[in-house]
Ligand binder design. Structure first.
Ligand SMILES: [Zn+2]
Length: 354
């Protein structure tokens, strides 16, 4: 699909009855200040991304870069903010829908829509002007590309994901608890990872698996890994998705974005949200001094002196795997997390449908 790019400033906003509303930000400025100078990129405009966009328009963020290669389908309509049945009929891009949502809420926001993939080097470079990047993407490869952007240009990067699916059966079911035995068992939750300039990157936080990045970038390798018994998440595989979970995760992301701009609480590094028990767990980690993505041989802080990432393989061909047959990720070691009771972020074994 060709990349369709809208001009950053767009058409002049309508005036008259819907003209400038001087005090529209009064209630939030009292707590968080103004955001008119801020430019935020939202990459991935599905269930979570569209919620984030809607909130940022209400907040009065000055500039929005909206990135997604996809068009609206009928199954998106249960969660895609601003999408209408007519958008399905005319195969509207998600970028078009998100930009329309922003303009409807707040014509003063400068919006630029890019209907392309963050894995396209041309698109990747167009995201550079954003001071904050919200990544609401499926899969490991887009997370790798966004992490590279954040590390190379010292940007704040918030990675979000939602997980929803059947929960494993308890080993010892309680036969006396009729209510529990009739309940639908679901794993429902998500995560928020916050990458700040100078801090641990998404790979330090085990937020993606380099070997699965390779598998996603190389369709032939992905097929070979499936044939060999590896689980390779397929972003095209339909996964359950529901609007309230997206709202929860998007809410945490927007709250932390405000926290980055105007510190109002201890910063979050990695937040696990479990909607099945109404609980959250905050995790922390240090930078990995040998991290492949932000360590000594990385493009950390090089800005334009290093180019866009090559979408060729990022690691050597996979050879080692553990006894269970799962690929080993040298950066996936939950023991590095400082919260002792939690397993740490999970890679490659859950749907991340955003
Ligand atoms: Zn790192």
């Amino acid at each position: 699909m060709p990349i369709l790019t809208m001009p950053f400033d767009g058409p002049a906003p309508p005036t008259g009855a819907t003209g400038p509303i001087q005090d529209r930000y009064d209630r939030q400025v009292r707590a968080f200040g103004r955001l008119a100078e801020l430019t935020v990129a939202v990459v991935g405009l599905g269930g979570v991304g569209s919620q984030v966009v809607q909130s940022l328009a209400h907040l009065g963020v000055g500039g929005l870069l909206l990135v997604d290669p996809d068009t609206v389908t009928a199954t998106n309509l249960n969660r895609l903010i601003g999408a209408k049945p007519a958008d399905v009929a005319r195969a509207a891009t998600k970028v078009t829908v998100a930009a329309r949502t922003v303009r409807t809420i707040n014509p003063q926001v400068r919006v630029r829509g890019i209907a392309g993939s963050i894995l396209d080097p041309v698109v990747w470079q167009q995201v550079r002007p954003a001071e904050v990047i919200v990544g609401a993407v499926d899969g490991h490869a887009p997370r790798w590309a966004l992490n590279r952007l954040a590390v190379q240009y010292a940007r704040c990067y918030l990675d979000v994901g939602v997980e929803l699916g059947p929960a494993p059966r308890p080993e010892q079911p309680d036969d006396h608890d009729q209510e529990a035995s009739s309940r639908v068992r679901l794993e429902a939750g998500g995560h928020l990872a916050v990458i700040r300039p100078g801090g641990p990157c998404l790979l330090c936080l085990c937020g993606y698996d380099p070997r699965l990045v390779d598998a996603e970038l190389d369709p032939g390798l992905a097929a070979a890994r499936r044939a060999a018994g590896y689980r390779v998440d397929d972003p095209a595989e339909p996964a359950p998705s529901v609007v309230f979970l997206n709202q929860i995760i998007a809410g945490y992301a927007v709250g932390e974005l405000l926290n980055y701009v105007s510190l109002w609480r201890p910063p979050v590094r990695y937040l696990l949200v479990d909607a099945a028990v109404n609980g959250t767990t905050a995790l922390d980690a240090d930078r990995d001094p040998q991290c492949l993505a932000c360590g000594p041989d990385s493009p950390r802080g090089l800005s334009d002196a290093a180019g866009p990432p090559s979408v060729a393989r990022t690691t050597a061909p996979p050879a080692a795997h553990d006894a269970a047959g799962a690929p080993q990720n040298p950066n996936t070691q939950s023991s590095r997390y400082t919260s002792p009771s939690e397993p740490g972020p999970r890679n490659g074994s859950h749907h991340h449908d955003t």
